[in-house]
Design a protein around this ligand. Structure first.
Ligand SMILES: N[C@@H](CCC(=O)N[C@@H](CS)C(=O)NCC(=O)O)C(=O)O
Length: 215
């Protein structure tokens, strides 16, 4: 399999974690987002949305990190990334979607670039925007995790799709919030700490990717 991504892309990070959990080797192809390589004609043929990741598996090209991860879960069922019962699956998907739909898109590069370049927000205003949506989102996520089902991980004691979405979002948050600010979200940070002890999560982190640059 060939994963088109970028070391700092949290959506690609999600797929890297899933591939590692499934024990699947893959080739990494880096597209430098700050240089706009995700909008190059060659990449747009793979993903017309102009966003990473894209996963090539034989003749198939897949896009959207959550769709890719569910595909991997269906084609490589062990270990499962979703629980068995419908109600538990719904909880895990709700946690994953809270990150992927309600938090992550507001702080995506193209949104931030539009705020800075077109709407002329200052660097300070940009950072305020970023922090605001992380804090709002994490308040909700912390509340969701306080309700039944959370164990060592977001749901129970094994990693699921929810953890795969949570961890990259915490990495993003850490770029703008210090430890004192993150301490307001004890359940998120506890689960994050447990995930990072798992080799599949650790090996997927941005600084350990071949295209990693100094922060
Ligand atoms: N919903 C998409 C989001 C993909 C996405 O937003 N990717 C970001 C990196 S995390 C990107 O390519 N950003 C480039 C840009 O904003 O121009 C997914 O889950 O795959």
């Amino acid at each position: 399999m060939k994963l088109h991504g970028y070391f700092r892309s949290s959506a690609a990070f999600r797929v890297r974690i899933a591939l590692n959990l499934k024990g699947q080797a893959y080739e990494s192809v880096s597209h430098h987002l700050r240089k706009g390589e995700q909008r190059a004609p060659g990449f747009l043929k793979l993903n017309p949305m102009g966003l990473v990741p894209a996963l090539e598996d034989g003749p198939h090209t897949l896009t959207q990190s959550l769709a890719i991860i569910e595909y991997l879960d269906e084609t490589h069922p062990a270990p499962p990334l979703l629980p068995k019962s419908p109600v538990e699956r719904a909880r895990v998907r709700a946690l994953a979607l809270a990150v992927a739909c309600d938090i992550h898109p507001l702080n995506n590069l193209r949104v931030l670039n539009y705020l800075k370049n077109d709407l002329k927000l200052s660097d300070a205003q940009h950072d305020t925007w970023y922090r605001h949506w992380i804090v709002e989102g994490f308040k909700g996520l912390e509340g969701m995790l306080k309700t039944g089902g959370t164990g060592r991980f977001c749901h129970g004691d094994t990693p699921t799709l929810a953890d795969i979405c949570l961890v990259p979002q915490v990495f993003n948050a850490k770029r703008f919030l210090d430890d004192a600010a993150l301490a307001a979200f004890p359940t998120i940070m506890r689960v994050f700490g447990n995930c990072m002890k798992v080799e599949a999560f650790d090996r997927a982190q941005p600084s350990k990717q071949p295209d990693a640059e100094a922060a």
